[in-house]
Ligand binder design. Structure first.
Ligand SMILES: *Cc1c(COP(=O)(O)O)cnc(C)c1O
Length: 370
C-alpha cells in the first residue's frame, strides 16, 4: 500500500455521523456535515449524507465545486464569508453562504441576479469569540438592508464560538441567539428557517439538559471525523476516534544516543531542540514530516513516542518492541494534524468500507454529464 497515507474508515464515519444526527434530532437540532477538513471528499460527503445529515457545509468554494462535480446531490452551505471576487462562483455552486458584510451580500445579489438564481444568506452574529460576526446592535439594520436585495433570501442567523478565543457555547450566549432570532421575526414579520448555534464545540450544550430555545441547527466537522468535542477534546461517548488514522513507513531504524552533539542553534522549523533524558534508544525515522502533518497532533501507538519532525522526517522513539526499515507505523490525529495531512498531496487517502457501501457516488474523475 502507498505510504504515507490516511486510512479513512467510512463505516466508522457513518456511525459517528448517524449517532450525532439521531441524538441531536431528539433535541430538534438538524446537522450540517462540515467537509472542509476532508477538502470536500465526495466519498466522505456521500457517507455523511447516507448517515442522515440534512446538508453539507464547507468553508472553501473549491471544495463545494469538487463535490458538485462528483454529483453529490445535497443542499450546500458556504460557511465562510465569501470573497467578493468569488461571488459568481458562490451563487452558482452554493445554496447559501454565511455572511457578515453588506458589501459582500450586495455582490452576491448582483451575481445571483445575473445568474437568475436565488441565493440564501445566513447572517453570522458575534457573541463573544471575536472571529466572524455582526455586532448584535447592528443586526437589525443589516437584516433590513438584506431583505431589500434582489435574488437574496434571508435563510437565518447563526454564530460561531470557540474557534478563535475558546469561548464556550453556553445557556447565556445560546439564549442570546434565540432572543435575536425572535426579535428579528417580530420586527420584520418574517420567519427564520435556520438558527445555527455553532460547531462541534456546541455539543456539550446541545446534548445537555438545557432548553435549546430557537437553536435548530449545528455544523459539525471534528465531532464526526474524530469523535471528540473541541472544547476539552473529550471523547464523545459511543463515537469512534480512529475513523481516520495516519500510516507512515520507516526509512531508518537505529539505536542512537539521546543527546545531540555539537553547538546547539535553531532546528529546521525554528523550535527549540528536544532535550533528552535517556541514555541510548531505538529510534525510527519515518518518511513523513511537517510538510504533511502537524507532528504535535499525532498520537503514537503504545510503546512508541513522537520525538519531533522536520520538513519530511518524523523521529519516533521505540521504547519497547522492535522496528525494521520498511515497517509501517500507525498514528492517531488531532484536528490540526488531520487538516494538514488531508491537504498534503504527498499523503495518499485510502477509503475503507464494507462492500455494500461502495460506489454510491460517481468518481470525481469521470466526465461530467451535462
Ligand atoms: C469549521 C467550521 C465549522 C465546523 O467546526 P468543527 O469544530 O469542525 O465542528 C462550523 N462552522 C464554521 C463557521 C466553521 O468555520
Amino acid at each position: 500500500m502507498n505510504a504515507p497515507r490516511l486510512d479513512i474508515d467510512l463505516d466508522k464515519l457513518h456511525h459517528n455521523a448517524s449517532e450525532l444526527v439521531i441524538r441531536l434530532g431528539a433535541r430538534g437540532i438538524a446537522v450540517t456535515g462540515v467537509t472542509k477538513a476532508t477538502l470536500g471528499s465526495p466519498e466522505i460527503a456521500a457517507t455523511l449524507l447516507r448517515a442522515g445529515v440534512a446538508s453539507l457545509g464547507d468553508s472553501r468554494i473549491e471544495n463545494v465545486d469538487r463535490m458538485r462535480r462528483a454529483h453529490i446531490n445535497a443542499f450546500m452551505h458556504l460557511i465562510r464569508s465569501p470573497m467578493p471576487s468569488q461571488a459568481d462562483h458562490v451563487v452558482r455552486l452554493a445554496d447559501t453562504s454565511f455572511n457578515t458584510e453588506l458589501a459582500v451580500i450586495r455582490q452576491l445579489s448582483l451575481s445571483a441576479t445575473r445568474a437568475r438564481v436565488r441565493h440564501g444568506i445566513v447572517l453570522m452574529v458575534e457573541l463573544g469569540d471575536l472571529r466572524e460576526g455582526i455586532m448584535p446592535v447592528d443586526l437589525d439594520a443589516m437584516v433590513r438592508a438584506v431583505l431589500q436585495l434582489p435574488n437574496i433570501t434571508l435563510q437565518g442567523i447563526g454564530t460561531n464560538l470557540a474557534c478563535h478565543s475558546g469561548v464556550s457555547p453556553d445557556a447565556n450566549n445560546m439564549a442570546e441567539l434565540s432572543a435575536l432570532a425572535n426579535a428579528i421575526e417580530t420586527s420584520f414579520g418574517i420567519s427564520l428557517e435556520l438558527v445555527s448555534g455553532g460547531n462541534s464545540a456546541n455539543l456539550d450544550w446541545a446534548l445537555g439538559n438545557n432548553d435549546v430555545g430557537r437553536i435548530n441547527h449545528l455544523r459539525l466537522g471534528e465531532a464526526i471525523l474524530l469523535g471528540c468535542e473541541p472544547l476539552h477534546r473529550t471523547i464523545i461517548t459511543g463515537l469512534h476516534t480512529d475513523a481516520i488514522t495516519l500510516v507512515a513507513e520507516v526509512i531508518e531504524a537505529k539505536t542512537k544516543p539521546s543527546q545531540s552533539r555539537g553547538t546547539i542553534a535553531q532546528t529546521a522549523f525554528g523550535t527549540k531542540p528536544v532535550v533528552a533524558t535517556l541514555k541510548e534508544s531505538l529510534r525510527a525515522i519515518l518518511a513523513v514530516g511537517c510538510q504533511d502533518v502537524d507532528p504535535a497532533g499525532l498520537t503514537a501507538a503504545s510503546g512508541t513516542r513522537v520525538l519531533g519532525a522536520s520538513g519530511d522526517h518524523l523521529v519516533v522513539n521505540v521504547d519497547s518492541g522492535s522496528v525494521d526499515v520498511g515497517d509501517e507505523m500507525r498514528f492517531g490525529l488531532n484536528y490540526s494534524a488531520l487538516t494538514r495531512a488531508m491537504t498534503s498531496s504527498f499523503v495518499h487517502k485510502e477509503t475503507l468500507c464494507t462492500p455494500s457501501a461502495v460506489q454510491t457516488v460517481a468518481g470525481e474523475n469521470q466526465p461530467t454529464v451535462v
